[in-house]
Design a protein around this ligand. Structure first.
Ligand code: BGC
Length: 256
């Protein structure tokens, strides 16, 4: 049985999702897989340097009365190799080389684990949501400012897949198919679905997933675009929606 198919070691966790515009945190009920209290959102500081973001993380944790042993899970919008940020598309460039759990531990005095934001959302969906206990090859894609990807094989995560940055038709895929491209170019649902079709058929050709879960805030409008896609894999919207990153990060830190 894989890690993501087991019961959590703790009942309470805390998750933080770092995004380009907001940093969100909430205590997480790890039995139910939902927020234990209302989420808090603080605008991402500009510039979004590590020190400025660490101060916001400290503020988010201090906003709740958390028992000292509760670890802090961080979902970060870039690849993280054993805690260290390697590159970053949508936050300040000074993040490269930073050890994120160490930064969070010195800002909060608590144990911390960090994971890519799409991997965190994928973990949330696999443990509690649309891919609960799914076997085989599962791909979660988050459609937001960028495109995040999480790949699981029989419940085991292959971390940092970064499939939003596949080069398709000479473009970085997320620059054409992310939700931000739909908004920026004012695409209709049908026009955006064509971009998604091109993107997901490439991903499907390369990885042959059994199940594709579509996450990100836009997944609440899934009826507008998912029926327009023609793929071999089963395609479903995320169930935890925007909570998935926070819940999955909290779960990851609690089971580190
Ligand atoms: C980053 C990924 C991230 C995704 C969603 C991409 O630009 O490279 O690491 O998961 O955006 O935030």
């Amino acid at each position: 049985m894989s890690k993501h198919h087991k019961k959590s070691k703790h009942d309470l966790g805390f998750g933080i999702d770092i995004g380009g515009s907001g940093i969100k945190g909430a205590p997480v009920d790890l039995v139910a897989g939902e927020f234990a209290e209302k989420r808090t959102r603080i605008a991402t500081p500009q510039p979004s340097t590590p020190d400025a973001v660490a101060a916001v993380i400290g503020e988010l944790v201090d906003a709740y009365d958390l028992p000292k042993h509760v670890p802090i899970g961080i979902a970060f919008p870039g690849p993280i190799h054993h805690g260290v940020i390697s590159s970053i598309a949508n936050l300040d460039a000074s993040w490269a080389g930073v050890n994120l759990p160490e930064l969070v531990e010195s800002a909060t005095g608590r144990h911390s684990a960090a994971i890519n934001d799409a991997d965190a959302a994928g973990a949330g969906e696999l443990v509690y949501g649309a891919a609960k206990h799914a076997e085989g090859v599962v791909l979660l894609a988050t459609l937001g400012t960028g495109i995040g990807s999480a790949l699981f094989v029989d419940g085991h995560l292959v971390p940092n897949t970064e499939l939003g940055h596949l080069e398709i038709d000479g473009h970085d895929a997320e620059s054409r198919a992310a939700e931000s491209a739909r908004a920026r170019e004012d695409l209709s649902w049908a026009q955006w679905a064509e971009r998604l079709q091109r993107y997901f058929s490439t991903v499907e050709f390369l990885f042959s997933p059994d199940l594709i879960v579509i996450g990100g805030g836009i997944s609440k409008h899934h009826e507008e675009f998912l029926p327009l896609l023609d793929l071999r894999a089963e395609v479903v919207p995320a169930e935890l929606r925007n909570a998935a990153g926070i819940v999955g990060a909290a779960w990851t830190a609690a089971n580190d």
